[in-house]
Design a binder for this molecule. Structure first.
Ligand SMILES: [Zn+2]
Length: 344
């Protein structure tokens, strides 16, 4: 994968970097953060005395989604004619679009470059690997969006704010423990999101959503004992989907999940390596094994091919699923999976 680094920033890139840094800062420090990052950019770019700023200036070597932009939206429209089946598309990282009987649910969408910009000045650059499937403002038919936890690839202001603007009736489902944080990041009223905790359920626009624990890296609770990272079980008509969020295995995990007849498990496979200095996830072997353990009829891997420093090839996942006899499907970004493909 070729990297593209630039010593020079356009005014748009510069203001985007400053804005990302400000967003990451506590409210009272925002103005100062903007000034300091601005000066830092001038120094680095203007005098070129430090290492160059990592900013992708070309997408020539990036992975192309199978369907992107107009083609992706045309496929979503076309799928509506097949209302007896549930359809889902991988949007990259942990993002999925689910379509059931004309209703649309988004899981953890990350449809911006906010992390690439946020970490551009650091020793942990988030060099993007796959092009974006679609701009969030073009998804103007979404009923519900979920966030599994507060990390930006699962709660992205630059995705969710345009999405909220494009969908005035949009419902946002989050872990109840994260309500204040989410309201601050998205600049929405604290009462706006629909909160869930482990063991609780919501019915939203025809989707029944249940909260289950996630361990990223451990099962973490707030002062009131509420889980800060969740997975979601989504029931849509006769179909049951498990979107684990970012998680490793934890004690009792299989027993928790065996309560549901999971048709499709959406599981991360990027693993957990200390040298990445980020919280980890299941690796491919663990994801395939968990899917088998909970009796999932199909498992689809995710959370790979987005950032160079934090990815894993799906081969180990594929090999383990094969050994276990666990049905699986590896999607490309922008590719649709439909329940019409489930045998029997
Ligand atoms: Zn993540």
């Amino acid at each position: 994968m070729a990297k593209f680094r630039s010593y020079f920033l356009t005014p748009t890139q510069r203001s985007s970097l400053v804005a990302s840094a400000q967003d990451a800062a506590p409210a009272r420090l925002r103005q100062w953060t903007g000034l300091i990052v601005g000066w830092q950019l001038e120094f680095r770019v203007g005098f070129g005395r430090q290492k160059p700023i990592t900013t992708q200036t070309s997408i020539a070597a990036m992975i192309k989604p199978l369907l992107q932009d107009d083609d992706f939206l045309a496929d979503v429209r076309a799928a509506r004619a097949d209302a007896g089946n549930i359809h889902l598309w991988w949007l990259g990282q942990s993002g999925f679009l689910v379509q059931w009987e004309g209703g649309h649910l988004l899981l953890d969408p990350y449809l911006s470059d906010s992390l690439t910009h946020k970490y551009a000045l650091t020793d942990k650059p988030h060099v993007r690997m796959t092009e974006r499937v679609v701009a969030p403002e073009r998804l103007n038919f979404i009923n519900v969006v979920t966030s599994s936890h507060n990390h930006t690839d699962h709660l992205d202001q630059e995705t969710l704010v345009p999405l909220l603007q494009a969908n005035p009736e949009l419902e946002l489902v989050i872990p109840e423990a994260n309500r204040a944080f989410v309201a601050e990041r998205l600049r929405v009223a604290p009462g706006f999101p629909r909160g869930l905790d482990t063991g609780q359920s919501l019915v939203v626009c025809g989707f029944i959503i249940h909260g289950v624990p996630a361990a990223h890296n451990t099962v973490e609770k707030d002062d009131l004992g509420r889980h800060k990272c969740l997975g979601y079980i989504i029931q849509a008509g006769p179909w049951t989907i498990y979107h684990s969020g970012d998680t490793k295995r934890y004690g009792g995990m299989e027993a928790q999940l065996q309560k549901w007849p999971v048709d499709v498990a959406l599981l991360p496979i990027n693993g957990d390596l200390p040298e990445r200095r980020v919280a980890g996830n299941l690796d491919g072997r663990e994801a395939a094994t968990l899917a088998k353990g909970i009796g999932a009829r199909l498992v689809i891997p995710c959370h790979f091919d987005m950032f160079e420093f934090n990815t894993a090839a799906p081969e180990e996942f594929v090999a383990t699923a094969g050994q276990l006899g666990q049905p699986y499907r590896v999607l490309r970004a922008g590719e649709r999976w439909s329940s019409a493909l489930v045998p029997g």
